[in-house]
Write a protein that binds this ligand. Sequence first.
Ligand SMILES: Cc1ncc(COP(=O)(O)O)c(C=O)c1O
Length: 370
Amino acid sequence: MIPPVDPAGEYKALEREIDAAVKRVLASGQFVGGSEIGDFEAELGEFVGAEHVVGVGNGTDALEIALAACGIGPGDRVAVPAFTFAATVEAVVRVGAIPVLVDVLDSNLTIDTQALAARLRDGDPVKGVIPVHLYGHPADMEALLELRADRPFVIIEDAAQSHGARCQVGGSRRRVGAIGDAGCFSFYPTKNLGAAGDAGAVATNDEAVAQKARLIANHGDISKYEHTLADGRNSRLDAIQAAILRIKLRHLDDWNAARRRIAATYTNQLAELAARLPVERAGAESVFHQYTIRIADRDAVQARLREREIVAGIHYPRAIHQQPGFAQFSEEGASYPIAEAAAAEVLCLPIYPLMKDRDVNRVIKALLAG
Ligand SMILES: Cc1ncc(COP(=O)(O)O)c(C=O)c1O
């Protein structure tokens, strides 16, 4: 069986180091807070190029906390791509804001900044935008920054699928998650940087945003039992997860490079397949969280792979406005044709850093066999 992801394989590769780190935390008795958290936050900040990182409970909380820390609240309009994981939109709703769905680009399924620009020109009072770096592909941050030079709005990056991806911004190459006002990471076990459970982080270069995020995530507690917020909460990064993430972070660049090599093999070998293969935008470096093809008879292809014991995922089978919980946010007269086409066509091939060449070749052969 070729799985779509392999978190157990990652553990096996680092077993001794991870076991020792977990034991170290257990022996310290410091299960919440402590040096592992601070060290991981500093190391992730260094890695992505953010001055501040606040560890939180998971990626969904990271989005919600970042929105609130950036001043987004009840009634504010926040633009989100119409094709993403539900959490992006959920977080907007949870802070009382209104998700404004924007269609995605046909080329890489990230937010269509021209469609967003048209909305802004029409006078939509959008206060925030969440670009999602979907499948490891950076959204067009340069275009977003240009847009907001004319018409300010808050940018909160959803980098849950893109740890380490880079894009061109103003003549330099920067890691996603440290370009907008805040960047949100999930360390769900199957992510490029995955914990052994739920974990997340908010990255920012704005000290005030970092302080606010830290307060919100820890009951608004400014010093022991002085609570400065009524709507604080508990969303802390777990010390054992931080210790594991510190070890895996040291391998992230190599593991992302391995993903890129597998992606290049797929792209070279699958050219004759009647499918659209992923394309990297000029100046951007994807970390291929997913290798997603778009193919007309997607469900049949997925079933054929399954017969050959190859598990390919569908992320996601519905666009946001096609989800029962979110249909209410589909505005009258608006349409999201690219998001809908993507939902009908995407098929995510197995890809993980320690995937064996022979398994990559088996997937290719199975796809080309038709
Ligand atoms: C694009 C995107 N945003 C947000 C999340 C939410 O992260 P988590 O599952 O850690 O809450 C995920 C991951 O599942 C995701 O893929």
